[in-house]
Design a protein around this ligand. Structure first.
Ligand code: AMP
Ligand code: MG
Length: 370
């Protein structure tokens, strides 16, 4: 489908095809050669071109946040819908002052505690941030990534980077450079390969433009962690009850199905034993019909499935492993060309809330209680 972006008057099929250079940089050893490569990447950004780069959450597709022409290229390269704004990545707090109209005390406390890290904060924007970057909104979402390559790139270029996840719109977010290449080859001039990302899920988004802070997207920084620093935090209703409601999410991107694998996906909720039995029965039926089924299990349950295409998403003892593997598994099942994906559910609390939010979106909110 060709997406038309009304704010920027650009279509997703307007991308000029080009050669995509991939450079490798070790985030723990930014030596002279790496600095030279980063300078080449910085020169592209200073010219309004795009560079994909690693962060601790997922890979980002970066362009100058203050240039509407760069924002246009980002939307076109991703095929991103017109009203889904971009997060601006900064390397130090002084840069926030350049783009945020005011920085309330609660935001200062959050930045102090969680930056650099996987927390995005929504501020009222200053004039200099183009509406092309903010999807027409008068607010701007800002984050300081906890990744040497990302921060060095911003520092060397002197450019604040508007950077959505570096996938084609609707595909699972990329957690390694190979996945970026799959989606962005010939659409952007450069990809910086910094290896596998650490966290694997997008940042938590919190809005501080009202008196009470509100979570717009759950992520690695949980509600409990935020509340420890600034007291009670609200959660956008759209996250809690996204289905069948006319309520408009405050993070426009949250309304899209997003993160979707190619196969038809369903989640199964209930006692582990019943879920396994149910999935085994359904899989047998599907296989009889000649369909290939992928099952998302956990380390604790993987041995109990009969089907052959079963992958563990991680251990329930450490949800960070599940967050880390989630998009990777969805892409793996895409590669295996499965027709159907059946997945277990996880506890919808703390980091589990972010995991379930992404799984539900990937499944188009199809959940069967067994
Ligand atoms: P992505 O870059 O793919 O991680 O998506 C960025 C997310 O941030 C989307 O869900 C956007 O809707 C959200 N976002 C970006 N800017 C704003 C903003 N100014 N207000 C609310 N949500 C925002
Ligand atoms: Mg994304």
């Amino acid at each position: 489908m060709v997406e038309y972006n009304e704010v920027l008057n650009v279509k997703s099929d307007m991308v000029i095809r080009m050669y995509t250079k991939v450079i490798k940089i070790d985030k723990d050893n930014i030596d002279e050669a790496a600095l030279e490569d980063l300078k080449a990447a910085a020169a592209l950004l200073q010219n309004g071109e795009l560079v994909a780069f690693p962060t601790e959450t997922v890979y980002g597709l970066g362009g100058d946040a203050l240039r509407e022409d760069a924002a246009k290229k980002i939307y076109a390269a991703k095929g991103r819908p017109s009203d889904n704004p971009l997060i601006v990545h900064v390397a130090d707090i002084k840069q926030v002052e350049k783009i945020a109209k005011d920085i309330p005390d609660n935001a200062k406390a959050l930045m102090e505690r969680f930056w650099p890290g996987p927390l995005t904060i929504v501020f009222n924007k200053k004039e200099c941030v183009p509406h092309g970057t903010t999807g027409g909104l008068n607010t701007v979402a800002v984050r300081m990534p906890n990744h040497n390559v990302a921060r060095e790139l911003i520092r060397i270029s002197g450019v604040m980077l508007a950077a959505p996840s570096a996938n084609l719109s609707g595909r699972p977010s990329p957690t390694c450079a190979e996945h970026v290449y799959e989606d962005m080859q010939e659409r952007i001039p450069m990809i910086i390969d910094g290896g596998q990302v650490g966290i694997g899920l997008e940042s938590t988004i919190v809005d501080v433009t009202d008196d009470r802070a509100m979570i717009l997207r759950p992520g690695y920084i949980t509600k409990e962690m935020l509340e420890e620093v600034i007291g009670e935090v609200a959660v956008d209703k759209a996250i809690l009850n996204p289905q069948g409601s006319d309520y408009k999410p405050k993070a426009p991107g949250m309304k899209y199905r997003h993160y979707a694998p190619k196969a038809d996906m369903t989640l199964f909720e209930g006692e582990a034993k019943s879920v396994i039995e149910y999935i085994n029965n359904l899989t047998a039926e599907c296989e009889k019909q000649g369909k290939r089924v992928g099952v998302i299990a956990s380390d604790e349950t993987i041995d109990k499935y009969d089907c052959k295409d079963v992958l563990s998403i991680g251990t329930r003892e450490d949800e960070a492993t599940i967050a880390h593997n989630l998009y990777y598994i969805l892409r793996q099942f895409d590669e295996m060309n499965v027709d159907v994906i059946y997945s277990e559910c996880f506890k919808d609390e703390k980091l589990g809330s972010a995991i379930m939010n992404r799984l539900k979106k990937a499944a188009g909110y199809k959940i069967t209680k067994v």
